[in-house]
Every structure is written in C-alpha cells, then in structure tokens.
Design a protein. Structure first.
Length: 415
C-alpha cells in the first residue's frame, strides 16, 4: 500500500505447484467427531463444522506496522458472533512493537481503539516470508480452526511478480519523499520477500479466495501462478493506498455461504472513489482462476502468429505505475497493440472478459497517471530498459503457458 498523502505515513507499497489439494478437515478433528459418547452410544448430534475460517496473514515487520494495528481494529469492528466461522489474524510486527513475537489472534468483536482479541498462539521470531514458515503457520491455523471452507487475505508490501533486490530510482507512485521503491514480489520482512512460485508452494491447500491487501498484485502472472491455490483472487493492478481494505465493512461478506466477490471488491473501491483529490485513487478486480488456462491458450495462439507481432511501445499502452521500475501495463491494452491479427486479438480479449469477473478503477491515480483502459489485470512487456527482469520473468508459469517467448524472441529479448 502507498502512504496516505494526508498523513504522510509510510506506504504499504509492495514489491504452481503446491497447494492444489482442498483444505480438508484435519484427521484428528474428524476422528474426534466420530468417537462414541461416554455412555457407549455414538453421538448422532455431532456439532457441524463452521462454514468458513478466514485467515489474514499480516507481514508487518516493516514500515507498515502502524497500519497493522488499524486494520486489526477494523476487523474487530466488523466481526460479529453471529457469523458462521472464525476470523484468524497472524501478525508479525516490527522490531520494538508489542507483542514482540509473531502471534495469532482469534478476532472478537470490539469497538475500542485497543486490540481486544485474544492471542491464541505465539511463535518464536522467524521470517514471515519464508515459505516453510508460512506453510506451517497456515497449516496450524487450519488444524486449530477446522471449517467447511477457507479464505485467505495476504497483507503486506507487494510488487506483482517482480524480483527482490532490483534497484530503483523512486517515483511519485511509490517513492514519496525521495524514498526509492524496492520491488519484492510479496511481503517484506527485513530484507526478505517471497516470489510467486514460493508463495504458491507455501499455501497448504486450495482456498475459496485469496485477497491481496498489497500493491500491484492484480497481474496475470500472479493470478496464473496461483491458479491452483484459490478459486477467486481479489487484487489491484495498481498500488493500494495506506488505508487498505475497509475490514469493518467487508468482514461480514466473507462469511456468506456464497461470497459476493464483486461486492467485496466494489466496497474496497468505494472506500476510495468517495474521497477527493489524489486520494480518490483505486483499482480492483476479481479473477476467476478456472478461466486462466483458457486465457493462456488463446494468448499462446496470438503469440504463435509471429509474423503479425509488433513491438509494443510502453507509451502506447495503459501503464499502472508512474515508476519506470514497475513495468506493469494493462493486459487488454497490450493485447490490442501487440499483434495486427484482429481475429486472434478479439479471441484473447473475450477470454480476459471471462476470467475477470469484476473490475473497477478510478479515472486518475494519485495525479500521476490517468486510467483510460482497464481490463482488470496487468502484464509485463519487455524492452531494453527492463533487461534485468527478463531471465527471472521466464521462470514464471505464465511465460511458458502463454507462449510469450514468441514475442520475446521475435524482438530479440531472449527466449
């Protein structure tokens, strides 16, 4: 997320494989449910599992610590004992904060400025962006709070699929006050972050939904990498301002039997579109992951027609960051420019419409750029200025599945 321009707080700016199995009822809990009662009669009235456990994984061991407290308070405000399930927040706070170690809260309703929810587990100090740590924490929560289904919110810095450690020169979009961006994919714990492949492997099961409360995660490369990890992904192709998601308004929606994903994303969007000036800046999309393989196949056919591919000038397509170090562009805008094959372009754009179940964006973003084209997902386009990204980019599942190598090779950018 980006700094709140009204309070000059720091930014929540961000930087397939595992996790395809469903979130099953833990074996121990299942076995206990079948145990006979003390009088030897089998209990025919075993209490059913709650509908859903929603986990908020908060990597706040960075300059976002202040916002973690704010959002925890919002979760408490939004929680109601009448909701069918559990809202569980794992929080790793900054050095010197209290509690000093990573903890797990079971969110309970409270309207005070303090965090009233009980701490249910305390971990020894660790890196919250370690794949092993994330998998263990999420598995612990799933075991401790079994449910019929599970949702996940990932809260921290984020920069789509971009690699950690890439130097940058800062920008209005993410480097206010001369502070340079440091692309890092997802999360920031000290100098550590997670790649999308690491994140996918760290998720212990398939979730109903993943919400990214982090910048730039609404990228086709991200969604495709996580297509086996969730049915729906809610994210922003642009930055997310410091206030993040209005948890007090969306928590209840996350426990509906049929979650209105468009309603959740729209409520996030509304919380910014109702503001004035530069703060009236937001984008939101809901991606149906079941449609992504079909999208990749149509994109592959477009890329296979190399005779009709043409160089994409970054100035010709919709950019989602004012920084040249965040080369993320509107997917539909790029598709409409990258080939002279109108029939193939139309096919891809239809697949984008099928994959993006909801999309919304403000006309301007932080007075840094205007949004005139918005398909709901971003994509990378290679050029000579982004050569340092190319090798890393080719390791992502989207690169192989989409045939994007045809464009790279056609224009002399490697594979």
């Amino acid at each position: 997320m980006l700094m709140d321009l009204q309070t000059t707080q720091p930014t929540k700016h961000s930087s397939r494989t595992g996790g395809a199995k469903p979130c099953l009822i833990p074996a121990v809990a299942f076995a206990l449910a079948l145990l006979p009662t003390c009088d030897g009669q089998e209990d025919e009235k075993a209490e059913p599992l709650p509908l859903r456990t929603v986990i908020v994984y908060m990597v706040a061991d960075n300059n976002l610590d202040h916002f973690a407290l704010k959002d925890l308070n919002e979760m408490e405000q939004g929680w109601s004992p009448a909701l069918d399930g559990n809202l569980i927040a794992y929080v790793d706070r900054a050095e010197g904060a209290s509690p000093a170690h990573p903890v797990v809260y079971k969110i309970e309703h409270d309207t005070t400025a303090t965090i009233a929810s009980p701490i249910k587990k305390v971990y020894a100090e660790h890196s919250a962006v370690s794949g092993e740590v994330m998998r263990r924490v999420l598995s612990d929560i799933i075991s401790d709070y079994p449910a019929q289904s599970y949702g996940l919110a990932l809260w921290s810095h984020g920069t789509a699929w971009l690699p950690a450690g890439v130097a940058s020169g800062g920008s209005k979009g993410g480097g206010q006050g001369g502070h340079a961006l440091r692309p890092q994919s997802f999360g920031k714990d000290g100098d550590e972050a997670m790649s999308m492949a690491d994140l996918s492997r760290a998720l212990p099961c398939r979730f109903d939904f993943i919400i990214f409360d982090a910048c730039y995660m609404g990228a086709v490369e991200v969604a495709y990498e996580l297509r086996s990890n969730a049915d729906y992904i809610i994210a922003s192709p642009t930055e997310v301002l410091s206030a993040g998601y209005p948890y007090q308004d969306i928590v209840g929606r996350l426990f509906d039997r049929q979650v209105d994903y468009a309603g959740v994303a729209h409520r996030f969007f509304q919380s910014y579109s109702a503001l004035e000036g530069a703060m009236q800046s937001a984008s939101a999309s809901v991606v149906k992951t079941a449609e992504l393989d079909s999208l990749a196949a149509s994109f592959r056919r477009l890329m296979g027609d190399t005779a009709h591919l043409r160089p994409v000038n970054s100035g010709e397509v919709q950019r989602f960051s004012a920084s040249s170090d965040i080369p993320l562009f509107d997917l539909g805008s790029v598709v409409s420019t990258i080939s002279t094959n109108a029939e193939a372009r139309e096919e891809v754009n239809k697949k984008i419409l099928s994959a993006v179940a909801f999309k919304e964006a403000t006309e301007k973003f932080l007075d840094a750029f205007t949004i005139t084209d918005f398909s709901g997902m971003s994509i990378f386009i290679p050029d000579t200025l982004t050569a340092s990204y190319h090798d890393f980019y080719t390791t992502h599942a989207w690169f192989s599945a989409s045939g994007y190598g045809g464009y790279f090779s056609r224009l002399g950018f490697g594979r």
